[in-house]
Design a binder for this molecule. Structure first.
Ligand SMILES: NC(=O)c1ccc[n+]([C@@H]2O[C@H](COP(=O)([O-])OP(=O)(O)OC[C@H]3O[C@@H](n4cnc5c(N)ncnc54)[C@H](O)[C@@H]3O)[C@@H](O)[C@H]2O)c1
Length: 432
């Protein structure tokens, strides 16, 4: 099939590359000319394991191309995926749909033959209705269908999630669109992926409800970990104990920092905002948002107590600054709250991240970047293990640190408390 992905970000690039790998002809479009030029040269804008290989292979065999020419790309395609961002609006908790609506307006001027417009972007329920309204102002309803097909890939595991999804959700209102989208996904369905058809509005809400539920699970275990710290109980026992119940499930039950990333913070706010509009009170999700915001303050006060109230002039190392491992995405990472707050209190921050230096931190005073774990921990007073990269799981702190009184605060519980203590290291984890 001939596809066009509008927006070549995380979702557009990964799904475009994967669709081309499944035998389709895909054009990835972006208004960022620089990104398109780089992609044509083989420069991948994001760090995502396995992505470069798939992009290069399909670009070489001409299944995948890159363009900033929306007109031509739409003309050449049967199915148009909207994959632009839906960030939180400034001074509001609503989703900003301006990028999506701009694309819908552009599409409405360009349709001459039957097209399916699919929203892969995460959009509030009824956005599909709005897109349909916009396009039908210019085009006969016989010439297009609007479908919701939310994306569930996780950064860091995006290729595997796309190729082997737990489920594919498609909300289409016409049989013609239903059949075409099902054909598009047939290689994944035949490998055993669950294919769920629903109304368009249901598909839109499934995405937000999924993210809100996962954010709730993380927040729940984070709060239980606070209790564990008070009563000398290890959160790992609790996670295993409750996660073994199939009704609960073991994933997303690892206590750690506040949830972050490009989706959970904005999507929890957006679903609450949608519900408020319909006078429906999502009180559980409201509490989750509040608890998650408070978690950063809680971790700062824990650091303060670990350092016996003396943060001023302390050398604090962050290992990892992204919100999770295997990605370079800094959007809403907890480190963006923790690091500035520690600097304000007089700390000197040094950090190492396997995906390199972050522009946002190079603007801050008293923040330096080290090019290796070894370098980063050499002269540190306190090491904060912020992100769960594999390379942070077997560090020899004793050999690599010059500080005999080194303290480690492991926000990911990568190490065993007893092993660390037996080695004579001052070690704190989460919920232990
Ligand atoms: N990142 C994820 O892990 C993830 C997972 C599932 C769903 N989503 C959802 O998918 C959507 C996209 O997220 P993302 O992380 O890929 O965003 P992103 O910011 O990485 O990419 C969006 C891209 O769209 C481009 N763009 C904006 N307006 C455009 C236009 N008019 N024409 C062409 N290109 C345009 C931008 O230049 C940018 O490159 C969001 O709604 C998000 O919530 C994201």
């Amino acid at each position: 099939m001939k596809l066009c992905m509008i927006g070549t970000g995380y979702v557009g690039l990964v799904s475009g590359a994967c669709f081309s790998d499944l035998g389709n002809k895909v054009i990835c479009v972006d208004k960022d000319q620089n990104k398109i030029n780089n992609l044509k040269k083989g420069i991948i804008p994001i760090y995502e394991p396995g992505l470069e290989e798939i992009v290069k292979r399909n670009f070489r065999n001409k299944s995948l191309s890159f363009s900033s020419d929306l007109n031509n790309s739409i003309k050449k395609s049967d199915i148009i995926f909207i994959c632009v961002g839906t960030p939180t609006k400034k001074r509001s908790s609503e989703a900003d749909l301006s990028y999506v609506m701009d694309v819908a307006k552009s599409i409405s001027k360009l349709i001459k033959t039957y097209k399916i417009i699919v929203t892969k972007s995460t959009v509030p329920v009824t956005t599909g209705d709005e897109i349909e309204k916009i396009i039908s102002k210019k085009v006969s309803k016989k010439l297009f269908d609007v479908v919701s097909n939310p994306e569930f890939l996780r950064e860091g595991d995006a290729i595997r999630d796309f190729m082997y999804p737990d489920r594919i959700v498609v909300g289409a209102m016409s049989n013609k669109a239903k059949q075409k989208i099902k054909n598009l996904y047939s290689p994944l369905i035949s490998k055993g992926s669950k294919y769920l058809e629903s109304s368009r509005r249901s598909a839109e809400l499934i995405k937000y409800a999924s993210n809100a539920f996962l954010a709730t699970k993380i927040t729940f275990i984070n709060e239980i970990s606070n209790l564990c710290e008070k009563i000398n109980v290890d959160i790992e026992d609790i996670s295993i104990g409750i996660g073994s119940d199939k009704r609960i499930g073991e994933r997303f039950l690892r206590a750690g920092p506040a949830y972050g990333g490009s989706c959970f913070p904005k999507d929890t706010k957006a679903i609450v905002s949608t519900a408020d509009k319909y006078k429906s009170n999502l009180s559980v999700i409201k509490s989750v948002i509040k608890s998650n915001e408070q978690r950063n303050f809680l971790l700062i006060s824990k650091i303060k107590s670990i350092l016996k109230n003396k943060i001023n002039r302390k050398k604090i190392t962050f290992l990892g600054v992204t919100f999770k491992a295997n990605t370079d995405d800094m959007r809403d990472s907890p480190s963006l709250k923790l690091i500035p707050s520690l600097i304000k209190k007089g700390a000197f921050i040094n950090y190492y991240d396997p995906t390199g230096e972050k522009e946002i931190f190079s603007k801050l005073k008293n923040v330096t970047f080290s090019s290796s774990t070894k370098e980063a921990i050499k002269f540190s007073d306190l090491i904060v293990i912020h992100t769960e990269w594999n390379e942070f799981k077997s560090i020899n702190f004793k050999i690599n640190s010059k500080n005999k009184k080194l303290i480690i605060y492991d926000l990911r519980n990568l190490y065993s408390s007893s092993v660390m203590k037996n080695m004579g290291l001052k070690y704190f984890g989460i919920g232990r």
